[in-house]
Design a protein around this ligand. Structure first.
Ligand code: RIB
Length: 318
């Protein structure tokens, strides 16, 4: 099978995850927590890394500062086999930084200092898009909106399908992104885009229909955390339940889900099977700490699914 070529256009951050966070402090209050972990993150880096660990030929377009964090980020992606020649080392801005507070159930809240991500220009993307062919462009919203819209324009002109991870949560116009391949927000992002809280399948269908009529994609894919993923294709919606696993830290799970899904679809896998792999990768991701540090390899995902299939076969036989 040919190795899919994916262009990831997005953010690159250094994350510092704080664990054992009992509550979000009030102003003037300090809250004692248990431990912390520096981990490479940023929605773009996470997705590039996750796709590379599956076996994709990935090129990353992003901006970091000329500082230790920037060099560490580029080096780690390179070690995973990502083409880093389109990462720009910004002369003025610092590398993005995300302090992430993780509660005992693995859920998190986060701040992001976007830093150099804010300077990612359409020209940075144009250079990368023009330098090679790609099976898919994967992007998110942690970079300037102008760059997001221009990326879509450049990719569409070349007939490359665009997969938009609609994070972080913000209300944007989807008018200039009409016809994208996939739009994939999580619950908070769906709420920001549609005003709908997706706390049931009925609400998921309602939100999906709204996104579908605005963005006219091939698929709307709602990431609904521990509930799983809801996929709508313009006529029908279906819930793909998440695998049950102990959640330690959900950072990067959505990024992992989308990157694995993008990779499998590029490989020509059918949607049901691709979602199964993406859900498995996300489950492994939430069972570990950090963003990049928690992203599983192809082998780990395959092993995980083998165990699940074995269990299901046993249940069916009994
Ligand atoms: O999606 C998770 C990511 O969002 C983190 O790695 C953090 O850097 C923020 O960009």
């Amino acid at each position: 099978m040919r190795q899919p070529k994916i262009l990831v256009v997005g953010s690159m951050n250094m994350d510092v995850n704080i664990y054992g966070v009992p509550k979000i402090p009030d102003y003037g209050e300090s809250v004692a927590c248990r431990s912390y972990l520096y981990s490479i993150g940023g929605k773009g880096s996470n997705q590039a890394y996750a796709a590379a660990l599956q076996g994709a030929d990935v090129t990353m377009v992003g901006r970091v500062g000329q500082d230790d964090n920037g060099y560490i980020l580029a080096r780690e992606l390179e070690k995973a086999g990502v083409n880093t020649s389109h990462i720009v080392f910004d002369q003025e801005a610092q590398t993005g930084l995300a302090p992430i507070m993780v509660d005992p159930s693995g859920k998190y809240v986060s701040y992001v200092v976007l830093g150099a991500n804010n300077n990612l220009r359409p020209e940075d993307v144009k250079k990368a898009i023009n330098s090679d062919y790609y099976d898919m462009v994967v992007m998110q919203l942690e970079i300037p909106l102008e760059t997001v819209y221009k990326t879509y324009e450049f990719a569409s002109a070349k007939g490359i399908p665009v997969f938009l991870d609609a994070g972080p949560a913000m209300k944007i116009s989807l008018e200039s992104l009409k016809g994208m391949y996939i739009i994939s927000p999580n619950e908070a992002e769906t709420k920001a885009l549609t005003g709908i809280t997706v706390d049931s399948e009925q609400k998921a269908l309602e939100a999906s229909k709204r996104l579908f009529s605005e963005a006219e994609p091939q698929f709307v894919i709602l990431k609904m955390g521990s509930q799983g993923a809801y996929i709508y294709d313009g006529t029908k919606g279906r819930m793909y339940p998440a695998y049950k696993i102990e959640t330690v830290d959900s950072t990067g799970a959505g990024d992992t889900f989308n990157a694995v899904l993008a990779f499998k679809l590029c490989q020509g896998m059918d949607l049901d099977e691709a979602v199964k792999h993406a859900n498995a990768a996300a489950a492994l991701c939430v069972s570990r700490k950090g963003a990049l540090t928690s992203i599983p390899t192809l082998r780990e995902v395959d092993e995980f699914l083998k165990v699940i299939d074995k269990k299901n076969n046993k249940l069916a036989a009994n």
